[in-house]
Each structure stands twice: as C-alpha cells, then as structure tokens.
Design a protein around this ligand. Structure first.
Ligand code: NCD
Ligand code: ZN
Length: 432
C-alpha cells in the first residue's frame, strides 16, 4: 500500500520523468506513471534529487541558543534543501561525555525538522569509549586547540575501541590548523595593533593548515583509522591529501562553499562577516571549482553567530559563516553555468556523505531508501539576501550574489518539511 505518490519528477542527468511511491517513509516503488486516485504531489516535470546531507553544522544547542538552536538550524537546513545534518560538538557543554551526548540527542529529537547525526568531541580520554557506544557520527578533533601529545593519545584510544568492539567503526573528523603556528602568528599580528580584517588571514597562514594536514595523514596511517579532513582551504592541503589517498583508502576530505567561492579579499569587503576558520585564502593558495573532482564532499560549516558578536573588532569577533541557505543555490548556479554536473553534485552532497558517515538508508532515489527528496527549480533567479534566512544568523559574505536555481520543496522520509519557503512539521530523527 503506497501512502503517497510523487508524480512526474524529473531525474537528472537522465532527464526522465518518474513517479515515486512512498510507504512508511521509504521509497517503495518507482514507476513511469503514478496510478490515479491516490494521494499525489504533482511535480509537473521539476527536477528531483536525493535530499542533501550536510556533515558539518554548528547548531549551538545547548548553551549558545541565542546564536542558533536545533529548531532554527533545521529550519534553515530544510529551506536550503538539506534532509540530514550532522551537528558539531562545540556547544555548552561540549558533546564529549555520554551525558552531554544523550542530552543533545533529546534536544535534537524534540526540535529537529530534518534527520540528524551528532559528532562527539574529545575531552577526558576515559569518556571516549563510553561515548563511542552511543553511535556518534565521528569524533571531531580541533587540532588548533590540542597539543601533539594529547592528539596521539586520542588516536590511540580510538584505535583501542576499534579493536575491542568490532561493530563500532569510529571515524575521526579533523579541523586541521596547527595550534603552535596559529598561536604564534596570532600573537605576532595582534601586537601590530592593526585592525583591518585582512590581517586575520595572516594570523592563520596556509602553513598552519598544511602542517596539521600532514600530521593528520601520518596519524591515520600510524593508527590505521578512518579520517575525514574538514574544510580544506589550500591547494597544498589537497595535494598532500591526494598523494596520501593513493596508498590509503581511509582518508576523505571536505570543502566549504566559502573556501570554494570566496578569496581573502572578502575579508576586506565584508569584514568580520567573512571571518572564519580556516580563513579565506588568496587567489594563489585557494582551491576552486576545478579542484572539486578531487574532493569527496561539500560541508557547509554552518557556523552562526550574532551580528552584535560580529561587530566586535577582527580579533574578538567569533569566526563562522551561516551557509545552509546559500550552498545549494550557489551550486545549482554552477550547474546552470555548466561548471559542474548534477552527477557530481549528487556525489558531493548525497552519495559520498552517506558512504563516509555510514548512512545506509540515505543518499539515493532508489527503492528501499528513505524518501528524503528535494525538488529544485533550475530557472528560479534570486539575489542572496540573508534577511530571508530561517537561520537566526542573518548575515552572509554571499549577500548580493546572483543565483539561478533554488530548492523549492524538501521532503524527509515522505514528509514535506519545506514547500516554497514555507516550513512544516517537526519530524527529524537520528539518521541511519
Ligand atoms: C567554528 C564555530 O563557529 O563553531 N567556526 C568556524 O569558523 N569554522 C569553530 C571553528 O571551527 O573554529
Ligand atoms: Zn566547523
């Protein structure tokens, strides 16, 4: 018995119309023509894609909900075409104990519009094992905050868990910036007492990232663990990772839309609204759309702050850019410009994230998979206006960018959670 039919959605790149029968939140049947007299959503030939998966968001819940919470964060996700999000652990308290992890699961369950996973943090070594049992999406390591000695101990601990418990496959996600280089350069630049925002890029230079990437690659080999390197920002980092991948299949990496589309001039243009870690790079160092074929996934690093916080000086304003509602329009625009293909988009935001984070029921429009779907209007033109974001953070360095292509409907396990910008239902659950 089919609960709902989605009629005449166009799958791409095949350019074929299909109808999708949904039962109990799953895609139960795919046909050319939907039968009459059943509940139907008629897409009239609009493009339909698997729901997008964002493996890197900061929802600030609990503890920092004045910046964002699970409800507004997932409203922002639904509006941006994302059906699964994975939340980072730097909340208050941080998600690095079983108690904090369970507490955040409850919050997410209560407030989420879309499905979710939670990354765990690392605090006390003894909490790693007990948190691993709860099934975190990964253990997230901020290398810009940890000493090498502790880093080694964390890898050792996670390797031991892997050996103990065959069923748990712990993944490590890494923010790669070297603590010592960042601290030394930040102090040096701060002492100059210059407040122009471009100086931030010099406080966290490319070599801080490449040194940390090299270290992460070496640890992955030494401890034989899967690692995922978050938000790479330099060509040199990608070179190191691509070389390491030749002999080690357990390494993956991610890029954000801001590191892909913006350069360090935006620090000058947008001030602290373009301040993020790692910082935006100059044209010679930065990655661009031609590098995408060597990168596994796009993560938004949706990192909301308040405008009041961003109005502090360059050193005191917090780093982070809210990106859940800019990423897909920016990428659909690149498809319209023929710079990337639909297949590549699906790989970066559906297939590979589901593979890396082991979401067996997500990532494809196929029978048996969750009915997580997004409908996009490839002709819709817009100008990015943060005032319209569902996120609490109504700023963006992409403000004023012209885009062509927009998500117009988002469905999570057969439930419409966004239709033409209207937001419905609170049905998110733990993604699997
Ligand atoms: C992150 C945040 O705001 O939580 N900010 C960012 O610029 N990516 C934290 C961080 O990664 O340092
Ligand atoms: Zn982040």
């Amino acid at each position: 018995m089919v609960d709902l039919w989605i009629k005449d959605g166009k799958i791409v790149p095949e350019n074929k119309l299909i109808s999708i029968g949904i039962s109990n939140g799953k895609i139960s049947i795919i046909k050319k023509i939907a039968p009459k007299r059943e509940e139907v959503i008629d897409l009239k030939g609009s493009v339909i894609l698997p729901g997008f998966i964002d493996a890197h968001v900061h929802f600030r819940d609990p503890g920092l909900t004045y910046k964002e919470d699970f409800r507004t964060g997932t409203m922002s996700a639904a509006n941006g075409g994302f059906t699964t999000v994975m939340d980072m652990p730097n909340t208050l308290p941080p998600t690095n104990t079983p108690v904090a992890f369970k507490e955040k699961l409850k919050i997410a369950h209560k407030k989420s519009l879309v499905d979710y996973g939670l990354h765990a943090g690392v605090g006390k070594l003894e909490d790693i094992k007990t948190t691993a049992i709860l099934g975190p999406a990964s253990f997230k390591i901020f290398m810009d905050q940890l000493d090498d000695d502790y880093l080694n101990k964390v890898f050792m601990e996670i390797r031991n868990i892997k050996e103990d418990k065959g069923s748990i496959k712990p993944l490590i996600t890494l923010h790669c910036e070297d603590k010592e280089i960042v601290q030394k350069n930040t102090q040096f630049q701060r002492n100059k007492h210059i407040l122009k925002p471009e100086i931030y890029a010099e406080a966290r230079p490319p070599k801080a990232e490449t040194k940390a990437v090299s270290k992460a690659l070496q640890l992955a080999c030494e401890y034989d663990l899967n690692i995922h390197i978050c938000h790479i920002s330099t060509r040199k980092s990608l070179e190191l990772i691509s070389k390491a991948k030749i002999s080690n299949s357990k390494i993956t990496c991610e890029i954000t839309p801001h590191h892909l589309f913006l350069d360090s001039h935006f620090l000058n243009k947008c001030g602290n609204f373009a301040k993020t870690n790692p910082p935006l790079r100059n044209q010679d160092d930065k990655l661009n759309i031609r590098n995408l074929s060597s990168i596994d996934i796009i993560g938004t690093d949706h990192a909301p702050h308040t405008i009041a916080e961003k109005n502090n000086d360059i050193w005191d304003a917090p780093p982070g850019i809210p990106n859940l509602e800019t990423t897909i329009p920016l990428l659909l625009t690149e498809i319209n410009r023929q710079n990337i293909t639909f297949n590549h988009l699906k790989s970066l935001l559906c297939v590979k994230p589901s593979l890396i984070f082991q979401l067996a029921s997500k990532g494809y429009i196929k029978e048996g998979y969750d009915a997580d779907l997004v409908v996009v209007d490839m002709k819709k033109e817009d100008i990015i206006n943060p005032y319209n974001f569902r996120s609490k953070a109504k700023y963006s360095p992409f403000k004023g960018f012209k885009v062509k292509g927009k998500p117009v409907m988002t469905m999570v396990r057969g439930n419409v959670v966004m239709d033409e910008g209207e937001i419905y239902k609170n049905i998110g659950k733990l993604a699997c």
